[in-house]
Write a protein that binds this ligand. Structure first.
Ligand code: NAI
Length: 332
């Protein structure tokens, strides 16, 4: 059985890091036929829209996609194609496992966390207007239904993956209605999952706790903006944005992507680290139930990291994208 998977190469270093990932998955015999579609700046130049309908249609058909980073122009231009994609496919869960990797230097060893972010609402609903010259209002949207939807995903995920505790993070003291609704939905859904420990904690305490002792957390559940920021703090705990995978998941549809951006400063030089997109590809294989091939590639990656001879510049080595990729393929 083979699967069609939508491939968005992305902008900047996107084609370099997704290209490396496809080479490794293909070399390992992953049963995937890539269906390439353009999005982001390239699509905007070619067809006048950063997220052409064909992209959404392809993912809806295949139910799974692998995506490189897409650039969003600052200020004027077009809205983030990433945000649009999440909204159009209702990819309501941002799923980011944060795990320490061999030979990647970081402050803590043995970090093993999952950050889950509500992707469709909060301050990223994109509802902004200038009420009078110089005064902007941005609306934070928080519906009970969206809170329950992601809480249920979080509890199911915890049950299926042997996770013991979920911490819902909030700023209820200043946003009692919006954040209160999110926390209430969590507790309501949580009644159906008595085997999972449930905790609510102010965002401030979560941030301080992560810096002091990340092992006290297991699964973190956050609204959109908080999740965006905290997931990067968590990435920092294990070596940075270049080494953490991510996925955006909806009802039986998922798009897998690294959390870093297009890295315009190093694009086209062949030196980008493909590890984060590769690990996102492994998460995708796990989602598709292709565990054997996932494990084979993961072992090859870990061996290359442990040996330390072929690390890219961001990890303190002198390898480039191609030599790192070749080293993994050699191990396979
Ligand atoms: P960035 O993540 O692209 O770059 C930050 C720093 O990390 C740069 O020094 C870059 O060289 C380095 N870096 C990032 N990925 C790397 C990799 N794989 N290997 C080695 N070094 C790496 O963040 P920045 O500069 O804020 O954003 C650039 C563009 O990317 C913007 O247009 C932004 O909108 C977009 N972006 C897209 C995302 C997505 O598609 N999910 C996520 C974040 C940003």
């Amino acid at each position: 059985m083979r699967y069609a998977v939508t491939l968005i190469e992305g902008d900047g270093i996107g084609p370099e890091v997704t290209g490396a990932t496809c080479r490794i998955l293909d070399a390992a015999g992953a049963p995937i036929d890539w269906e390439k579609v353009p999005a982001g700046a390239r699509a905007y130049e070619e067809v006048g829209h950063p997220l052409p309908d064909a992209v959404v249609a392809s993912i809806k058909k295949n139910r799974v996609g692998l995506k490189g980073p897409l650039s969003t122009p600052k200020g004027k231009g077009y809205r983030s194609a990433n945000v649009m994609l999440r909204q159009r496919l209702q990819l309501f869960t941002g799923w980011r496992p944060v795990v320490s990797l061999p030979a990647v230097r970081s402050r803590y060893e043995d970090v093993d966390l999952v950050v889950l972010r509500e992707n469709t609402q909060g301050l990223y609903a994109g509802i902004e207007h200038e009420v009078q010259p110089g005064t902007i209002v941005s609306l934070k949207v928080s519906s009970r239904a969206a809170g329950e939807r992601i809480a249920r995903w979080a509890f199911d995920h915890a049950m299926q993956n042997g996770r013991r505790k979920i911490t819902v993070c909030h700023k209820k003291a200043v946003l009692p209605l919006a954040d209160g609704a999110f926390v209430d939905a969590f507790h309501q859904v949580g009644k159906e999952y008595p085997f999972i420990q449930q905790e609510e904690l102010a965002l401030d305490d979560v941030c301080m706790g992560l810096a002091a002792d990340p092992s006290q957390f297991d699964v973190l559940l956050l609204q959109n903006l908080y999740g965006d920021i905290v997931s990067d703090i968590c990435a920092g705990l294990v070596g940075g944005l270049g080494v953490v995978p991510g996925a955006n998941v909806g009802h039986r549809v998922a798009v897998f992507e690294a959390v870093h951006g297009t890295a315009p400063d190093i694009a086209g030089q062949g030196i980008a680290n493909p590890l984060a997109v590769l690990l996102s590809g492994l998460l995708m294989l796990e989602y598709m139930g292709e565990i054997k091939v996932r494990d084979r590639i993961r072992q090859a990656v870990y061996e290359v990291l442990e040996e330390g001879r072929y690390l890219t510049g961001d990890l303190g080595g002198s390898a480039n994208t191609a030599t790192f990729t070749d080293a993994i393929i050699d191990k396979l």
